[in-house]
Design a protein around this ligand. Structure first.
Ligand SMILES: CC(=O)N[C@H]1[C@@H](OP(=O)(O)OP(=O)(O)OC[C@H]2O[C@@H](n3ccc(=O)[nH]c3=O)[C@H](O)[C@@H]2O)O[C@H](CO)[C@@H](O)[C@@H]1O
Ligand SMILES: C=C(OP(=O)(O)O)C(=O)O
Length: 465
């Protein structure tokens, strides 16, 4: 089992570059299926497991894709299948986003119910309600959804019961090639929705109002490939901001867009973290003791649920008690039990967690129960006494490019140890990171090379243990 091992206590400093946003690139790649002619060229595509999964989904449908140097080229001129394979769709939530484009482009789709982080029941009723309003016939059975439309989808007025990110994206993509105009009311307003709309418009669609609660899409007859740069990942950026703050560090998060991170920046500032925004990034410096703040997750522009667990890690080391309330997903406190193994004092009551700050965190063996839980455990481990061993790393690989290399380049003593090597090599692997941090050599930053699938083992050079 692959593990990440962290020896806490190092103050992070330096610059870390944010990769392209996972939650933007996945719908954008799905939207590429709408192009009947011309290639799409998508830049700043992060090398993540989720990107590899969507790439495989698109290829299984007949699209031709190539990836080089964070650039994905896609030709979807010929779609040869309407069936998205179960093995891929079950791996992640966003793979369900091929449903809208397939319905719009070829009028037929068979797809299994999606997987993704186990943070709630995550229904897809709002996606289906939108497609039905546009004239699709939908049947459900044995874990699969089949949908078809006679001739072409028709524009409709759709009100979402919840401002779902995925439903807004799926319906927007379907509506782009529908006959007539579609309006989505109570639409999600996340920056990733705006990025998708910009890409759709570059492909010839007519989408207005993305980023507000009312999106209007005038259907067009045909779309074409287009070039697009993916926005930087606000959750990855926020995670490094918290990693800097929890270690009392001083880090410049290059590429982070402050407008996308307003609630996170505000909460950090309320806690006493110094945050300065510039054109090309955000600097975070935490020289003083931090004080607790209450946090409530909400759809954008509220505090993002994807930053809740990392924020909780920071609150563990602040002075005072904080109430963290999760309103977006009904089961997103699984990290609490793992934090408790690190001596965290947290009590959960319903949708709120009462976090007593000031605990002296201690290293432990913990498990990433989902993607952001994994990131939060890494943040806590950076501050904890001794060594923390984090398993469940496949979750982290879904959403963070080279997290150990990036943190090591900031001075963290962190290492990734693959499968069977864990027991035998763990201490020396972390020691190697310690040795390389001392010299800030390129080796530690390159301890893993660009993303999952191509990791290099850290060289062994024990200096402690
Ligand atoms: C790939 C991607 O972009 N994932 C993000 C996306 O997930 P995702 O698109 O799955 O999240 P949604 O915005 O759809 O979910 C928000 C809430 O709406 C509910 N709901 C959703 C759809 C539906 O048809 N019916 C329904 O009731 C969900 O159960 C949840 O309670 O937005 C979430 C909320 O910001 C983020 O945490 C995820 O990182
Ligand atoms: C919940 C997340 O992802 P997904 O929707 O893909 O499960 C996330 O990115 O934190």
């Amino acid at each position: 089992m692959t593990k990440i091992i962290v020896r806490g206590g190092q103050r992070l400093s330096g610059t870390v570059r944010v990769s392209g946003a996972k939650n933007a690139v996945l719908p954008i790649l799905a939207a590429s299926l709408l192009a009947a002619e011309g290639d799409s060229v998508i830049c700043d595509v992060p090398l993540l497991d989720d990107v590899m999964t969507i790439q495989q989904v698109l290829a299984s449908l007949g699209a031709k894709l190539s990836y080089n140097n964070e650039t994905m080229r896609i030709s979807a001129a010929s779609i040869t299948s309407f069936e998205a394979p179960y093995e891929l769709i079950r791996k992640m939530r966003a793979s369900f986003l091929v449903m809208g484009p397939l319905l719009a482009r070829i009028g037929k789709v068979r797809i299994s119910l999606p997987g993704g982080c186990a943070i709630g029941t995550r229904p897809i009723d709002q996606h289906l309600k939108g497609f039905e309003a546009m004239g699709a016939e939908i049947t459900l059975g044995h874990g699969f959804i089949e949908a078809s439309v006679v001739k072409r989808l028709k524009g409709a007025k759709i009100y979402l019961d919840v401002a779902s990110v995925g439903a807004t994206e799926n319906i927007m993509m379907a509506a782009a090639l529908a006959e007539g105009t579609t309006t989505i009311e109570n639409a999600a307003k996340e920056p990733e929705i705006v990025d998708l709309a910009n890409y759709l418009n570059a492909m010839g669609a007519k989408v207005r109002g993305a980023g507000t609660g009312m999106i209007r899409i005038e259907g067009v007859d045909q779309m074409h490939g287009a070039a697009h740069n993916v926005i930087p990942d606000r959750v990855e950026a926020g995670t490094y901001m918290i990693a800097a703050a929890i270690t009392g560090g001083d880090v410049f998060v290059e590429g982070a867009i402050s407008d996308h991170l307003t609630p996170v920046i505000s909460k950090l500032q309320e806690m006493g973290v110094e945050v300065s925004e510039s054109d090309n990034g955000i600097r975070v410096s935490a020289a003083h003791a931090l004080k607790s703040v209450d946090v409530k997750t909400l759809p954008h522009p509220g505090f993002p649920t994807d930053m809740q667990s990392q924020m909780m890690a920071l609150l563990l080391v602040a002075e005072g008690t904080a109430v963290v309330t999760e309103t977006v997903f009904e089961n997103r406190f699984m990290h609490v039990e793992e934090f408790q193994k690190m001596n965290a004092q947290i009590k959960v009551e319903g949708r709120s967690a009462f976090v007593s700050g000031g605990s002296r965190l201690s290293g432990a063996k913990v498990c990433a129960t989902d993607l952001r839980a994994g990131a939060a455990l890494i943040c806590a481990a950076l501050r904890a006494d001794g060594e923390t061993e984090i398993s469940g790393i496949h979750h982290v690989d879904r959403g963070y490019v080279n997290i150990t290399g990036k943190l090591a380049s900031l001075g963290a003593l962190i290492s990734r140890v693959e499968a069977a090597a864990v027991a035998a090599e763990a201490p020396v692997a972390v020691a190697a990171a310690a040795a390389s941090v001392a010299s800030h050599s390129a080796e530690s930053a390159a301890a893993e090379t660009s993303g999952s699938g191509s990791y290099k083992r850290v060289k062994v050079q024990p200096t402690w243990a």
